[in-house]
Design a binder for this molecule. Structure first.
Ligand code: PLP
Length: 429
């Protein structure tokens, strides 16, 4: 049955970040449904979703409360445009988010994808200076190993590497200083901000963890130092919390741990608990105010997306925020993160095939140490875990472990058991 679904899939679907010529031969899972944190394929096999469906899922699948919020909203309205008009549930969501985001006097511009939240932040930062009559602040500082999405603007901020090199001619240049892999990254970024402040519209960072480049981690104090330097030199700070937001690192937002109050904050992925496509660009009151002017005048931000502020997504996101609070999810994340850290140190880090283990909360990267290039250890270790009923996916030779925030003590042990066995099998350690 699975093979027939894969054949139909490969005949008509184009999968992102996937070589379709090899897709069918790579034993893809075809998921039919889910229960809790288990995904169930067309043959009825269960897989623990240890990558949170590529980092979006927070409370598990088919959460009765989220399902109910979605159904209740269907009975009202699924979607109405936010361009020039409002919608009650979107207003309620923005009010609820305003109470928890680390941004002063926040305003919310909703969209559907993380990359678009970043794209919007870039355009807002650029026009902010134009609206204020300040010339020359037209560039962005981004870090080495950064990833901010796949649209042209967000791709320009990213430190692409081989996969996106083909698009280099389409991208705009940015000021680039080293990423979190360099222990001196913060001092270098601060020095660049100090010397080039008058050219910079904004500094863009992934606070605490550079996710897509392999869970590279920063010290909170270093991130804070960069934020303070931006503030001192009047450069806008854009925090991309598309991956780190909504509890993943143990606080609702990673910016909080770093003591940051960014001017712009990008949200996505976990905002609806992994249910529906939604993202948001959050701006401070000061940024927002720079866009006020006469009707249809040049201060206006002429940008918007058809599905920005979708009502179904907003209803789920609102209920999701309530559940994070009600269930004390952040305390649970910290407890499970502690357990995971202990097990990683005891059983995974000592393996000879493992070079490094990096973790912030329930965001983990296990970097393998293949003795030569082209061995695809990351892929093979993850395939081994999948064969053991634990869904993992690598970033090159970094195995990402990112279970849903409600993951249990037993599930953490299951993930470590599968990872341990698979690393030993593939690397012979
Ligand atoms: C995933 C991600 C994005 C892009 O979000 P999409 O919804 O995939 O467009 C942007 N920034 C960071 C830090 C991410 O992890």
């Amino acid at each position: 049955m699975g093979n027939e679904w894969i054949r139909r899939d490969a005949a008509v679907v184009w999968h992102g970040f996937t070589q379709m010529g090899a897709y069918a031969a790579n034993s893809p899972l075809v998921i039919d449904r889910a229960e809790g944190r288990e995904l169930i394929d067309v043959d009825g096999r269960c897989y623990l979703d240890a990558i949170s469906s590529l980092w979006v899922n927070t409370l598990g699948h088919r959460v009765p409360e989220l399902d109910a919020a979605l159904v209740a909203q269907v009975d009202k309205v699924a979607h109405s445009t936010m361009l020039g008009n409002g919608n009650t549930v979107v207003i309620e969501l923005a009010e609820a988010l305003a109470g928890v985001v680390p941004v002063d006097a926040p305003h919310f511009l909703f969209a559907a994808d993380g990359a678009v939240a970043v794209e919007q932040a870039l355009k807002i930062a650029f026009q902010y200076w134009v609206n204020r009559g300040v010339e020359g602040r037209t560039q962005y500082l981004a870090l080495g190993d950064a990833y901010h999405g796949d649209t042209i603007g967000s791709l320009s901020l990213g430190d692409g590497g081989v996969f996106s090199a083909v698009f280099d001619p389409l991208c705009f240049p940015v000021v680039r200083t080293p990423g979190y892999a360099d222990p001196g990254w913060a001092a270098k970024a601060c020095a660049a901000v100090e010397s080039r402040a008058s050219e910079l519209a904004a500094v863009v960072i992934e606070p605490l963890v550079q996710g897509a480049s392999g869970m590279l981690c920063a010290e909170a104090a270093d991130v804070r130092a960069l934020g303070e330097t931006c503030r001192a030199h009047g450069v806008l700070l854009i925090c991309d919390e598309v991956a780190t937001g909504f509890g993943r690192t143990g606080t609702l937002f990673a910016s909080e741990q770093c003591g940051l109050r960014p001017d712009l904050l990008c949200l996505g992925k976990g905002i609806t608990g992994g249910y529906l496509a939604m993202s948001a660009t959050v701006t401070s009151g000061e940024v927002f105010d720079a866009f006020l002017g006469c009707d249809l005048g040049p201060q206006t931000f002429f940008h918007g997306h058809s599905y920005g502020g979708n009502a179904l997504a907003a209803a789920v996101a609102l209920e999701h925020l309530r559940l994070i609070e009600d269930w004390d999810v952040l305390a649970h994340v910290r407890a499970r993160a502690g357990q995971l850290a202990a097990l990683l140190e005891e059983r995974i880090a000592p393996l000879s095939g493992v070079a490094a283990v990096r973790q912030r909360g329930l965001m983990v990267g296990v970097e393998l140490a293949p003795p030569g290039p082209g061995l695809r250890w990351g892929r093979r270790v993850c395939a081994g875990a999948v064969a053991r009923g634990v869904l993992l996916r690598p970033l090159g030779d970094v195995v990402v472990v990112m279970p849903p925030l409600t993951t249990t003590e037993e599930e953490i042990v299951r993930i470590i058991d599968a990872l341990d066995a698979s690393v030993r099998e593939v690397t012979g350690s």
